[in-house]
Design a binder for this molecule. Structure first.
Ligand SMILES: Cc1ncc(COP(=O)(O)O)c(C=O)c1O
Length: 394
């Protein structure tokens, strides 16, 4: 057991040690032991695929008597416990995008209805919402967050002000994608409840990164990823649905479980590889072994202190309060390096190919930003390396 975190933890991952990997949040990176468990499970499946997939995995009984304790339900129960909810209300999906799509496509939108979505929303999720409302002649209302964001209260107020009598749903991130802000979901949901508006949370970055107690948030649906910060193999997402909303929920892929409840609908969207979901408890168990609180604190402190260091060296302002930072932080890059989306793509390539640094970059309101992810295999040397590389390019 390591007595601290940092570069030596790379031995627990399969990541290329020659690359400074500051991009954990984008597609995740499962620890070695999770991948080993997945391989073992795959080998077990392939000894008798039909038995495993049709008789042990799920209880929709593809023409066969259902197992007593389906493996997928057992895994869902363990993940649900980690997220503060009951396993019967939680299903696995491939990723957060799939979870959000399932909710949007199941919701009974009427002509003229509105969905409120932040201007910081993830592009693919915004597209999913755009499509879902379009087919019902409903509309999206984009709420502009204050610029810069200086407090969680300002977000609660901005969303509250965007709600109109036509608003049926607020689709809000738990942690925003590019700007990496932890949003005050419980407070937002409390306002929405008072106004009869449903809340769908895009929690793509939250499970594993920050403490997540879905039940305490008071929301209607929570879609999230386990393959980013909860150390599951890809593709592993979850969708929690409030019991009051389950009757109308459907997977976007209709299969054998139609109208038999969310577990039946989501546990078998056709034949697929179940190992990413079945190995989710292995990632959680590893984090528990290291100490969930300890892991999250280390990652948060590295992100926060790293962000402050970058801002100081590049003379950028950092207005975000620490309470809105999880395990990622975004900082404006020196203006001399460019401002457009194309500039950010070019700089990202340069950092990767000339400096062996993998990090997320984007352009926002005419300014290039870098978003670092902090994972226990990173330490401040990684951030220093990024700072030095950027300074050398100025
Ligand atoms: C806020 C947010 N939502 C959704 C997603 C999509 O995640 P996935 O591609 O795993 O569905 C991301 C990906 O980074 C994200 O940042």
């Amino acid at each position: 057991m390591p007595d601290g975190f940092g570069r030596h933890m790379l031995a627990e991952w399969t990541l290329d040690p020659s690359v400074t990997y500051l991009n954990h949040g984008t597609v995740g990176a499962p620890p070695r032991r999770v991948l080993d468990a997945q391989q073992k499970l795959r080998t077990e499946i392939e000894r008798q695929p039909s038995r495993f997939l049709l008789r042990e995995l799920v209880d929709i009984g593809v023409g066969i008597a259902p197992p007593e304790r389906p493996r997928l339900r057992a895994a869902a129960g363990e993940v649900a416990e980690f997220l503060g909810v009951s396993g019967k209300d939680l299903v696995f999906v491939d990723n957060a995008t799939s979870g959000v799509n399932a909710v949007l496509r199941s919701f009974d939108f009427r002509e003229g209805d509105e969905v409120v979505i932040p201007n910081h929303a993830y592009g693919a999720v915004k597209n999913a919402a755009e499509y879902a409302v379009r087919v019902h002649e409903a509309r999206l209302r984009t709420v502009e967050f204050p610029e810069p964001v200086r407090s969680p209260e300002s977000i609660v107020e901005a969303i509250d002000e965007a709600i109109t009598p036509k608003t049926r749903m607020v689709l809000v991130d738990h942690i925003t994608a590019d700007s990496a802000l932890v949003l005050p979901v419980a407070e937002i949901a409390s306002r929405c409840r008072k106004r009869g508006v449903a809340v769908l949370v895009d929690g793509a970055h939250a499970p594993g990164a920050i403490p997540v107690d879905i039940a305490a948030l008071g929301v209607d649906w929570y879609a999230g990823n386990l393959h980013k910060w909860a150390w599951s193999p890809r593709s592993s997402g979850i969708l929690w649905t409030n019991p009051t909303r389950q009757l109308s929920m459907h997977h976007t892929v209709i299969s054998w479980g139609l109208d038999q409840g969310i577990a039946a609908e989501f546990d078998w969207p056709g034949t697929r590889d179940p190992t990413p979901h079945l190995c989710a408890p292995v990632g959680i168990a590893y984090m528990r072994e290291l100490g969930v609180e300890k892991v999250q604190r280390y990652n948060h402190e590295l992100a926060w202190n790293g962000g402050r260091k970058m801002a100081a060296r590049w003379e950028s302002s950092l207005d975000t309060p620490e309470e809105m930072i999880g395990t990622m932080i975004s900082v404006a890059l020196p203006e001399k390096l460019g401002s457009t989306h194309e500039d950010s793509l070019a700089l990202r390539q340069t950092l990767l190919f000339e400096h062996n640094i993998e990090v997320h970059m984007y352009s926002w309101k005419g300014r290039m930003h870098v978003r670092i992810s902090a994972q226990i295999y990173n330490d401040m040397n990684d951030v220093e390396k990024l700072i030095g590389a950027v300074v050398s390019l100025e």
